[in-house]
Design a protein around this ligand. Structure first.
Ligand SMILES: NC(=O)c1ccc[n+]([C@@H]2O[C@H](COP(=O)([O-])OP(=O)(O)OC[C@H]3O[C@@H](n4cnc5c(N)ncnc54)[C@H](O)[C@@H]3O)[C@@H](O)[C@H]2O)c1
Length: 366
């Protein structure tokens, strides 16, 4: 199969859909990979790395879309790319269709085969192509939180781990899923006192078993959260109720219970945020202050660490890319129920119910 890897043209997106290692795996199986010039540059991969792995470098995005039977990328196509996508071309990427009617209609019109990373689903309901980005964001939340606790950037002026003779910071992690566990691990590793809250007792039992002694678990309730806030230095918001807006666990009035310079990092900002005062920020201007509490609410945290994010993402997408290339999309989806869940828009029809419902469009059961 001819596979195309274009450069990501969405603002500030430095990730790339395939690493040289992925190219190597495909070319050794006799597939042809066409990579746009400088596509990997933002993630630290050079054209020569791709050439050495067997890829052909193409100058323009138009050439990549023209030659490829399957496009592998990271972000949803933006308007400039709509007209490049061809009939019957497979496009494997994050789409997040439900948040854009324009994108949905453009992909219907293109008559391409759109397989969305975010809806590939394992038998237990987990979303394997979303996990790595939550892992990155969870770990990064502590790195960012630690930074914004510094005084020159309006934080409380406290070192997460303390030093001998000075007690460490208190970190409260709301949500004990992928983000929460990774955040708690990082904070604990730096020596902070960590409390992790969830409403899922099974999950809390698991966390209590695997975490070091400086991580405590507590059931998530308004009462327990209010009790913690006056002594907390850093709060991480990592809750998720599947398919719903995040619950507002910290309301505006609660900010007054926190000490000036407390930092709150709302990783759940992409689902509306779990703090009432959350609004999405960017890496250019990541924080704002309300009632002396520093808010960090960047909606695409993994974008700041493109090398780690690209490798983490392609580690999980590559097996599916190989399957699609070897078997063709129809056979690959017939053989893999997980991959079949990724089918969103196929040759002019919406085949994923929630997307059709989001815009009152027709749904075709696949
Ligand atoms: N900002 C970013 O760049 C970025 C990156 C990746 C993920 N995210 C977001 O982070 C959020 C968390 O993702 P995840 O992969 O960890 O999800 P997850 O499903 O693995 O974990 C969510 C946890 O929240 C818990 N929860 C639900 N309601 C709760 C409540 N009231 N109190 C406490 N816990 C509660 C659930 O029981 C679950 O354990 C999602 O909204 C995700 O989209 C954001």
């Amino acid at each position: 199969m001819k596979i195309g890897v274009p450069i990501e043209i969405k603002n500030n997106e430095n990730r790339v859909g395939m690493t040289p290692s992925g190219v190597f795996e495909l070319t050794k199986r006799n597939h042809e990979v066409y990579v746009q010039k400088n596509a990997g540059f933002g993630s630290g991969f050079f054209d020569q790395d791709y050439i050495d792995a067997g890829a052909t470098i193409l100058e323009t995005i138009e050439e990549v879309y023209e030659v490829a039977e399957m496009i592998v990328k990271v972000k949803e196509p933006i308007e400039q790319e709509y007209s490049l996508i061809k009939k019957d071309q497979v496009v494997f990427t994050y789409f997040h269709f439900a948040s854009s009617e324009a994108l949905t209609k453009a992909m219907i019109d293109s008559e391409s085969v759109c397989i969305a990373y975010e809806t590939v689903e394992d038998a237990d309901g987990s979303l394997p192509l979303l996990v790595p980005m939550s892992e990155v964001a969870g770990r990064m939340s502590i790195q960012q939180g630690a930074k914004y606790l510094e005084k020159p950037i309006k934080g409380r002026g406290i070192l997460l781990g303390g030093v001998p003779g000075v007690k460490p910071a208190n970190v409260l992690v709301l949500g004990g899923g992928i983000v929460g566990i990774q955040a708690a691990k990082m904070a604990a590793g730096l020596g902070a006192n960590v409390t992790i809250m969830d409403i899922n007792m099974k999950q809390l039992r698991y966390i209590a078993d695997i975490m070091p002694a400086n991580v405590n678990t507590e059931f998530s309730s308004e009462y327990n959260i209010r009790k913690h806030l006056p002594k907390t230095d850093l709060v991480i918001g990592g809750v998720l109720i599947k398919g719903a807006k995040a619950p507002k666990l910290i309301t505006k009035d609660m900010l007054k219970d926190m000490r000036p310079g407390t930092v709150i990092v709302d990783v759940a900002v992409d689902q509306g945020g779990c703090f009432e005062t959350t609004h999405a920020t960017t890496h250019q201007d990541p924080t704002y202050i309300i009632d002396d509490v520093v808010h960090y609410c960047v909606a695409n945290m993994p974008g700041a660490v493109p090398y780690t994010s690209t490798v983490a993402l392609t580690n999980v997408t590559l097996p599916y890319v190989i399957k699609l290339a070897n078997e063709g999309w129809e056979q690959a989806c017939a053989n893999s129920a997980s991959l079949a869940k990724g089918l969103n828009v196929v040759k002019g029809d919406i085949v994923y119910k929630e997307i059709a419902e989001a815009f009152g469009l027709e749904f075709l059961a696949s």
